[in-house]
Ligand binder design. Structure first.
Ligand SMILES: Nc1ncnc2c1ncn2[C@@H]1O[C@H](COP(=O)(O)OP(=O)(O)OP(=O)(O)O)[C@@H](O)[C@H]1O
Ligand SMILES: [Mg+2]
Length: 239
């Protein structure tokens, strides 16, 4: 097995819309070890969402190399890619992307159903995961009946329910208060990192930096440097 769970070298991505080009990724070099929580931080528009979308096989890179667990999405046929993603990746979207006509439990069950698990079993597992994010009372609610923070926790439960090898979270605590945010990060670490699994978390929230094993700093489409978080007491000092 590769030494790296995620390895990107020289990754570029340009969006072309209406004759205009936006250079979102300008040569990304970053790698994540098995069992590691990598934080990804940087100013708005620097390419964080684009990078994790390439890592998770949602977007195709233009140039460079990117493998996860030694596999390259670009080398896969569309069917293979969907199957690999369904089995191995959990993704928490910045805008949550819950399906509005499905209840919380049905939303969380989606990855299990895609992987052809029995429906009754999938709904049971989904309800258990919702309990773990503190939403046991809301399993039958539609997303429109939930607060922003509750919707975000449904999205997190959905990313974890199939126990993927790589969980990628885009601002997973943006709608949560401090206590709930810490609870969610504890759960993410518990569920997403066992057995050499990997977690990549995009965040602006300095309060959760301390959960990272390492922090990759991005600016203008590049990873400028990677360091370790400051000890928790120092990070908390300014709050
Ligand atoms: N679908 C798209 N079409 C065209 N340009 C895009 C698209 N998505 C992102 N961009 C542009 O690519 C650049 C990187 O965007 P990206 O969403 O990756 O940034 P980000 O670091 O996640 O920002 P934020 O912290 O605000 O979420 C930005 O300049 C953005 O305007
Ligand atoms: Mg973003």
């Amino acid at each position: 097995m590769s030494e790296w769970a995620v390895k990107c070298s020289g990754v570029t991505k340009t969006y072309k819309t209406g004759g205009q080009s936006t250079y979102a990724l300008r040569g990304i070099d970053v790698a994540v070890r098995p069992g590691e929580l990598m934080m990804l931080v940087g100013p708005s528009g620097c390419g964080k969402t684009t990078l994790i979308s390439v890592i998770a096989g949602i977007l195709d890179r233009d140039e460079g190399e990117c493998t996860i667990f030694g596999e390259d999405f670009k080398a896969m046929r569309p069917g293979q890619r969907t199957k690999f993603r369904g089995l191995n990746i959990g993704f928490v979207f910045q805008q949550f992307n819950l399906l509005p006509t499905l209840t919380a439990a049905e939303n969380v069950a989606v990855p299990l159903l895609i992987n052809r698990e029995n429906r009754g079993h999938a709904i049971r597992r989904a309800k258990e995961m919702l309990e773990r994010v503190g939403l046991g009372e809301k399993v039958n609610s539609l997303p429109s009946r939930l607060s922003g923070g509750q919707q975000q926790r449904v999205a997190i439960a959905r990313a974890l329910v199939h126990r993927p090898r790589l969980v990628v979270c885009d601002e997973p605590t943006s709608a949560l208060d401090h206590v709930t945010g810490e609870r969610v990060m504890d759960l993410l670490k518990d569920v997403a990192l066992e057995d050499g699994r990997v977690l990549v978390v995009v965040t602006h929230d300095q309060r959760i930096f301390k959960y990272g094993d390492r922090i990759a700093h991005m600016d203008d489409g590049r990873v400028t440097h990677v360091d370790a978080p400051e000890p928790a007491n120092e990070t908390m000092g300014g709050i």
